[in-house]
Design a protein around this ligand. Sequence first.
Ligand SMILES: NC(=O)c1ccc[n+]([C@@H]2O[C@H](COP(=O)([O-])OP(=O)(O)OC[C@H]3O[C@@H](n4cnc5c(N)ncnc54)[C@H](OP(=O)(O)O)[C@@H]3O)[C@@H](O)[C@H]2O)c1
Length: 443
Amino acid sequence: MQKILDAILADERDALAHLPVPETYKGMTVHADEVNLFDGMATADKDPRRSLHLDEVPTPELGPGEALVAVMASAINYNTVWTSIFEPLSTFGFLKRYGKTSPLASRHDQPYHVVGSDLAGVVLRTGPGVQAWKPGDEVVAHCLSVELESPDGHNDTMLDPEQRIWGFETNFGGLAELALVKTNQLMPKPKHLTWEEAASPGLVNSTAYRQLVSTNGANMKQGDTVLIWGASGGLGSYATQFALNGGAIPVCVVSSEEKAEICRRMGAELIINRNAEGYRFWKDEHEQDPREWKRFGAKIRELTGGDDPDIVFEHPGRETFGASVYVARKGGTIVTCASTSGYMHSYDNRYLWMNLKRIIGSHFANYREAWEANRLIAKGKIHPTLSKVYSLSETGQAARDVQSNAHQGKVGVLCLAPEEGLGVRDPELRARHLSDINRFRGV
Ligand SMILES: NC(=O)c1ccc[n+]([C@@H]2O[C@H](COP(=O)([O-])OP(=O)(O)OC[C@H]3O[C@@H](n4cnc5c(N)ncnc54)[C@H](OP(=O)(O)O)[C@@H]3O)[C@@H](O)[C@H]2O)c1
């Protein structure tokens, strides 16, 4: 591994095709024999630092249409939190089911799961049939894994019946020294970014792009008022940038003054601190309080000068969904990709049908959408939201930060990269955007 790293750091990319691939590598794993580790504990007490392990694992065999990538950096996504606390399901069930689909897929069914759905790195090897990528290419990877043998996925690859999220529903993810991907996950690494900056937007940037901008999602247009929950978080920090970049008007909901300040730094003007306002959308575990929805809606109108949101960018789920459906404007759209606070939503359907609102479900992004989202990063129109970087061995702490909402934007992880700040190839473009690239740092 050291020879591979030395060649990358010395910019001897042609040498990579000739260096032997190590038989094992270090990866961050959860273990199948620990899926009951947290039984009986409250979700918040299930600590990823106990379940995530840095293991030496065998390098998987390379199949057709695949690439083995030397991972320089990765990032934490909430899916790694879910995997590491074995909620709502153990991801070993996903690996087992995938493993049964073909002899090649059986590689994924292991007693360990190498996690992680983002990477920036360098291609080491490509499998049979790959024309578009070669050893030495500097890449980022999006996390959509598809088979495309069924007709269903050929208008929109997210509809492939064999659609999976790499590093969550497949093995050999990005929080490791090496990763196995399909080459239709690869995209050029933005040249003005360091490895850790380039690795951090991937999953959330692509998801927010489809959810908010794409015709498959809310199809946002200039002038739209967009209510964004968690506007300084992983998804929200990109949704806020897409809204501003696309001429829309974000109304950013956050839980602290620090987070409000980050939204201002991104250029947002309309901000609601949900803690300071003290909203209690649920009276108790079973009943919501429509007066609190109204109070929230009134605050939005106060900020916008009377406008209700054309689009509500939803992901907190159960706790906020009733309010989200209520505050969307007549004919407006609630677009949801998650349920962090609980997936059994309830809302007053009279407000939906009588006001001709729509709820749209959105999940990750197809290759085209991920590519467009990455292109905006590469052109310096949308910026990484990296706040903090950990080493690979500290991944458990990094995941704990995200689980306990103690982070801002994205939390990065150095894999093979020995330090931060490496990998920049276009210092001029970087210099032009440096303050934007760094705006989440040290907050
Ligand atoms: N379907 C997909 O493809 C997809 C892709 C990415 C993520 N996700 C899911 O989306 C969710 C968010 O991911 P993320 O990366 O954005 O996570 P994140 O970085 O933790 O950000 C989420 C933000 O939501 C806000 N929030 C959390 N709980 C809330 C509540 N009960 N009420 C109101 N706001 C709340 C918090 O912001 P404040 O405290 O500042 O309000 C938090 O910073 C996760 O469940 C993740 O698994 C799904």
